[in-house]
Design a protein around this ligand. Structure first.
Ligand code: SF4
Length: 475
């Protein structure tokens, strides 16, 4: 293998964000590069002091810089970092990948500091781009990418078919300072992706647009082998599967659980589940998952109104949500049941139905939580197309997109009254049914009374609490 000094350097950058998930997209694309030929370095702004200066210094003489970009606030730092690269090394190509460039290649390429974008699954596309750049070629014809031509025109290459994950290189966590993330997360937790994509068609979700309703998953044996290998090095005690829909194939899930047991991994794990999947799982499969360490599943409910659920094409029935809740309660598995309020056309009755279902779930087990988010119109979805047809203006520039975040904001479809009610419900249901805390000791009785009677007006306790405690940060 050539030495670091002689191998061309590929620098990968993860922008600032308010969560500490391992930068798995960068690990995936970095691992899939031919490491005998390229020196791969990851700079994560969340754990690197003076990240822009370091990135700029690493970019000088590099083959290219890759930046992963999520819609919302991370765009701000991705832009600043890319401009810092161009100021230090104008000739080095900057490649953006991830959710935002997958949906908006042309808008991203309107920024002079971005030269190429990668759409959807990035491993094979980025590896081909890097080989082309090393050979002095450009991105013309590289499937799965878009680029700005010498004449300044945005050119979109054809899409690249989704590759079977089992044909891609194993994820090399050695590219990361993993223990630093444990400190930020406050636990020895490894994030891991065992599958990509999703077969479903929820009308508010960007996944069907980006992955075209396809799915690919790693074989259980490979998952077990990789996790065992990295556990021996990084000694984690929890695995957080960051898949869109981990429980897509139940026989695969059962085989993964068997792998955990056969290899005596002794870790807990958490993953995403749809209500139809949890409803289809047998009691034996639930028990097997629990035995292998399953501690928490995330089951999107989105709405407590079946009519609204049907409109957003969630393709689940409320009864299945209750059944999953009952199974999880019996097997002592925690569940996050997220809801979304503020879909266009949602009525106050729909919102009331969502709060009622959330309350019912919270009452079932102290292990259940029901976070409520406000709808954001992602492009490529039927809801957004309708909203745009009705006059809603999506952000156009990267600067406008960087303010497009769900943290603490709501769309035009949530009236001030509904917003106040939802915020009050979030406060009182947490105090009434959440873990014991100073707030629950002070306000628990009144919060339970308010939730029981659905009386959230004049939320004095909430206002007092907000004066004393700052709102929790999204983590
Ligand atoms: S919300 Fe989940 S289940 Fe629905 S399309 Fe998106 S990833 Fe798939």
């Amino acid at each position: 293998m050539a030495s670091e000094a002689t191998r061309p350097r590929v620098v990968l950058y993860n922008p600032q964000a308010v969560f500490y998930t391992l930068p798995l997209a960068l690990v995936a694309v970095g691992s899939h590069l031919d490491r005998r030929r390229y020196d791969v370095q990851i700079i994560d702004a969340r754990i690197t002091p003076d990240a822009h200066q370091r990135l700029a210094a690493a970019a000088v003489g590099a083959l290219c810089v890759g930046v992963t970009v999520l819609t919302g606030a991370p765009i701000r730092d991705a832009l600043a970092a890319s401009r810092a690269v161009k100021a230090a090394a104008p000739e080095v190509p900057v490649v953006w990948g991830g959710w935002h460039p997958s949906m908006f290649p042309a808008e991203c390429l309107a920024e002079p500091a971005v030269d190429i974008t990668v759409q959807a699954q990035g491993e094979v596309t980025f590896a081909e781009l890097v080989d082309r750049l090393a050979a002095g070629q450009d991105a013309a014809g590289c499937a799965g990418s878009a680029y700005r031509s010498a004449a300044g025109r945005v050119v979109r290459n054809p899409p690249r078919p989704l590759a079977d994950l089992n044909t891609l290189a194993p994820q090399d966590y050695g590219l990361l300072a993993v223990p630093q993330y444990y400190e930020l997360k406050g636990r020895r937790q490894l994030d891991y992706i065992s599958s990509q994509g999703c077969y479903f068609r929820c009308a508010f979700c960007a996944d069907p647009f980006v992955y075209q309703r396809q799915w690919t998953g790693l074989a259980p044996e490979r998952i077990g082998e990789e996790l065992q290998h990295w556990q021996q090095r990084f000694h984690f005690d929890d695995v957080n599967f960051q898949d869109e829909t981990f429980f897509t194939r139940l026989e695969r899930v059962a085989a993964v659980a068997e792998e955990f047991l056969r290899r005596d991994l002794r870790v807990t794990w958490a993953a995403t589940m749809r209500a139809d999947q949890g409803h289809r799982m047998s009691d034996e499969q639930w028990a097997l998952c629990k035995r292998s360490g399953l501690r928490r599943v995330l089951v999107g409910v989105e709405s407590g109104s079946q009519a609204m659920m049907d409109r957003i094409q969630k393709d689940i029935k409320l009864e299945w949500v209750y059944e999953v809740a009952e199974r999880a309660r019996r097997h002592q598995v925690a569940v996050q049941f997220p809801f979304i309020v503020g879909f266009p056309g949602e009525t106050p009755d729909d919102v009331a139905a969502s709060l009622a279902v959330a309350k019912r779930l919270r009452q079932q087990s102290p292990l259940f939580t029901t976070p409520i988010f406000y709808f954001k119109p992602y492009p490529g979805t039927s809801i957004t197309s309708q909203a745009v047809a009705d006059g809603y203006q999506l952000p156009r520039t990267l600067e406008e997109w960087q303010d497009f975040d769900f943290v603490g904001s709501r769309g035009p479809w949530v009236s001030p009254q509904v917003y106040r009610r939802v915020e009050a419900f979030k406060f009182y249901s947490e105090v009434a049914y959440g873990p014991r805390s100073l707030r629950s000791r002070l306000f628990g009785a009144v919060a339970r009374w308010r939730c029981h009677h659905d009386r959230y007006g004049l939320a004095l306790e909430q206002r007092l609490a907000e004066l004393v405690w700052r709102p929790a940060r999204l983590a």
